[in-house]
Design a protein around this ligand. Structure first.
Ligand code: E4P
Length: 224
């Protein structure tokens, strides 16, 4: 899930096969001026040990990024994925951090070359920005498929974690193009599961059942 909203994370952890939460400064901003470490520790506690927390660095120099990462790992634990934007400073930081076995989510990916370099640098996840790519006339589906091809051909451990979705259709396209994981805002999960055609189908079944058996349910029906 691509959110820092505690209530939504608690809710959807019980509904979807959640494997982790991704954040960035813009996602955190939506929650107001929270206490950064406390807020993310709350999320980590909700997630437990089976889901991963992805925390983005904010420094923009290689040295600063490495320092941010060390602080993030000190507070949230070595199992945390650190999100590092892929530019020269970010790639140089990944080179240093991979020597320390840090788990990396390469982020802010718009172009094929950013992704190929992140795969080569040993990123654990690649986060191509689906909607932003499409808005910039960059074919996200083609690039996700190309990343997948290289990952398989070179037998790399990197997984594609497509991000930046603004429609349910975009999520489906990204998975179809080869994205092994996706990170989405809870509003899109709701939209994908609560559309009127789904609700109408379920209401029809309820109506037909009740027209024959009344208010009883299967669990309270006496055997005949
Ligand atoms: C997640 O890792 C990304 O930072 C996020 O999905 C970007 O989404 P946006 O394009 O809606 O800001």
């Amino acid at each position: 899930m691509d959110t820092a909203n505690i209530a939504e994370i608690k809710k959807y952890k019980e509904i979807i096969p959640l494997t982790g939460v991704t954040t960035n400064p813009s996602i955190l901003k939506k929650e107001g001026r929270t206490a950064f470490f406390d807020h993310l520790l709350k999320i980590k506690n909700i997630l437990g040990t089976k889901c991963s927390l992805h925390v983005q660095v904010v420094a923009t120099t290689t040295e600063g990024i490495v320092q941010d990462v060390h602080k993030i790992l000190d507070v949230f634990g070595k199992e945390t994925y650190v999100k590092i934007p892929i530019n020269e400073a970010g790639l140089a930081a990944i080179k240093i951090l991979k020597g320390e076995n840090v788990k990396i989510t390469a982020t802010s990916i718009y172009t094929a070359i950013q992704g190929y370099l992140a795969i080569a640098a040993g990123a654990d996840y690649l986060a191509p920005y689906y909607n932003r790519m499409m808005n910039n006339n960059i074919d996200a589906n083609k690039i996700i498929a190309a990343f997948n091809k290289v990952i398989v051909r070179e037998n790399k451990p990197t997984k594609i974690l497509a991000a930046s979705f603004h429609t349910v259709g975009q999520i489906v396209e990204a998975i179809d193009s080869g994205s092994q994981a996706i990170t989405v805002n809870p509003s899109l999960i709701k939209e994908g599961l609560e559309s009127h055609i789904i609700n109408d189908a379920i209401a029809d079944f309820t109506h037909d059942w009740e027209s024959v058996y009344g208010q009883t349910t299967i669990s309270t029906l006496t055997s005949e």
